[in-house]
Design a protein around this ligand. Structure first.
Ligand code: KIV
Ligand code: ZN
Length: 503
């Protein structure tokens, strides 16, 4: 059976999603998980865009052993040179060169004629090919461009050394049949097409990114670019888990394989959501919380008798934990360890001991500890030990009087400092008290609170976005007390801001 190359761009196009800035350690953690998942190519970033992204791509290139590590570059020498610097230590490096190819983008954004674009694309692909043998070329906005021009551009890129030619539906405009036809026409109209792999990169503006990618595979594309949870620019990119599971579930239609170890899908989805702060909608295919829940009595009856009556995918196949074991305050170390393993976590002995203590503390407050609680608790544990400032103590009074907060923080110089403030509400008072200690001017741009599970004793998760000097930073916090969760989220955002600012 033929194989389709899975090119993951969560760390590049996914990270472009508004409000998401990942630091290099977070990017490396996701990259390691993607390696475990079995993706063939990781697009780790756009090295010229910032020093942080350059360092992240360099770090991932040094650390990963299995996948191809790719960096994105515009069609100019500076971008390509910088990208080569970032990826050169990878076991299998790739440079991805792109240039606008539709009339509207060439005329109004790039201010170049088609002939100039053709010439530049060829020269820059050749420049990249001077560094390494794995070069990808993308004519941006290809689905809205003149097909004849795309044929010439792709032919020139291959002649100059491109080994993968990627056809982007940059603005999510294409229809499945039309996009499949475009791939088919490339095979018929580009004389040297057999020397390159045809790739596709679809955006989801009309909700068709996965359908378009599948149609392209049917027409002969052998690489798909996608992201975990479908995150990405605007409405996002094609979702990796949906493409992979569609191919796996409908072998009868596709007769093709991927190298994805599907049992790691769920954990990867959760990790990307936790780190980026982008929630997964409950009804999201494959990884949404409702994807394998059956509400209707008739469906429940069918699933009990024979799961396949209403389930086209075995949830365990994508790593959704079977919730047979309910954890509570009587659960011991062993049961907790087993549960973690089932959820896809491997912790060091020290981290495990800390997590177990936090679990015990939670189990004292909550009758039943669910998988989502455990995931939230572990994410909180990780955040609590990152960054310069830590929340030590917090006390708030609110209600009929004036909301007042007192906080004590452990500071980077090893001292603990306390302060207090009044506010319009308890969260405002807490944030003002923290601001008196961590004096970094910023504006709160977004604040959301949601409960992790049902029930009055549920953990509350707070997600915030702060802005400082034109840059956004997200922060997350979780606790059974939502004011404490709010304080933790703020500390997390401030720590990320400080880490980035202080390099
Ligand atoms: O959407 C797009 O066209 C892109 C290119 C850089 C491939 O992300
Ligand atoms: Zn894109």
């Amino acid at each position: 059976m033929e194989n389709v190359i899975i090119f993951d761009t969560t760390l590049r196009d996914g990270e472009q999603a508004a409000g998401t800035t990942l630091n290099k350690e977070e990017k490396l953690e996701i990259a390691r998980q993607l390696e475990k998942l079995g993706v063939d190519v990781i697009e780790a970033g756009f090295p010229v865009s910032s020093l942080g992204d350059f360092e992240a791509v360099s770090l991932i290139s040094r650390e990963l052993k299995e996948p191809v590590v790719c960096g994105l570059a515009r069609a100019n020498q500076k971008d390509i040179d910088r990208t080569w610097e970032a990826v050169k230590s990878a076991v299998a490096p790739r440079i991805h060169v792109f240039i606008s190819a539709s009339q509207i983008q060439m005329a109004h954004q790039l201010h170049k004629s088609p002939e100039e674009v053709l010439d530049l694309a060829g020269r820059m692909v050749a420049h990249a090919a001077g560094y390494l043998s794995d070069v990808e070329f993308s004519p941006m906005d290809a689905s809205r461009a003149e097909p004849e021009f795309i044929y010439r551009l792709v032919e020139r890129a291959i002649a100059c050394g491109a080994t993968t030619v990627n056809i982007p539906d940059t603005v999510g405009y294409a229809m499945p049949e039309e996009f499949g036809d475009l791939i088919d026409s490339l095979m018929k109209n580009v004389s040297n097409i057999h020397r390159a792999v045809i790739s596709v990169h679809c955006h989801n503006d009309l909700g068709l990114a996965v359908a378009n990618s599948l149609s392209a595979i049917k027409a002969g594309a052998r690489q798909v670019e996608c992201t975990i949870n479908g995150i990405g620019e605007r409405a996002g990119n094609a979702s990796l888990e949906e493409i992979v599971m569609a191919i796996a579930t409908r072998q009868d239609r596709y007769n093709i394989t991927t190298g994805i170890k599907t049992e790691h899908i769920y954990r990867t989805s959760r990790m990307v959501s936790e780190i980026t702060g982008f929630p997964v909608q409950p009804n999201k295919a494959i990884v949404g919380i409702n994807a394998f829940r059956h509400q209707s009595g008739i469906h429940q009856d069918g699933v009990i008798k024979m799961p396949k009556t209403y389930e086209i995918i075995d949830p365990q196949k994508v790593g959704v934990p079977s919730s047979s074991l309910v954890m509570g305050k009587l659960s011991g170390r062993h049961a907790f360890k087993e549960r973690l393993a089932e959820l896809g976590y491997t912790l060091s002995e020290e981290d495990f001991t800390r997590a177990f203590l936090a679990f015990k503390e939670l189990a004292d407050k909550k009758k039943e500890v669910t998988d989502r609680d455990i995931e939230s608790l572990l994410a909180e544990e990780k955040r609590a030990f990152e960054g310069a400032y830590h929340l030590e103590r917090l006390q708030v009074t609110c209600g009929a009087g004036i909301p007042t907060a007192a906080v004590v923080l452990a500071c980077p110089d090893g001292q603990t400092r306390g302060d207090a403030a009044l506010g319009t509400g308890p969260v405002d008072a807490v944030y003002k008290a923290i601001n008196r200690i961590v004096t970094v001017p910023n504006k709160l741009a977004e604040f959301t609170v949601k409960s992790v599970t049902e029930g009055i004793d549920a953990i509350g998760e707070v997600l915030i976005r702060i802005e400082s000097e034109g840059v956004s930073y997200t922060g997350r916090g979780a606790d059974t007390d939502i004011i404490t969760a709010s304080a933790k989220a703020y500390m997390n955002a401030l720590n990320r801001l400080l880490a980035e600012r202080n390099g």
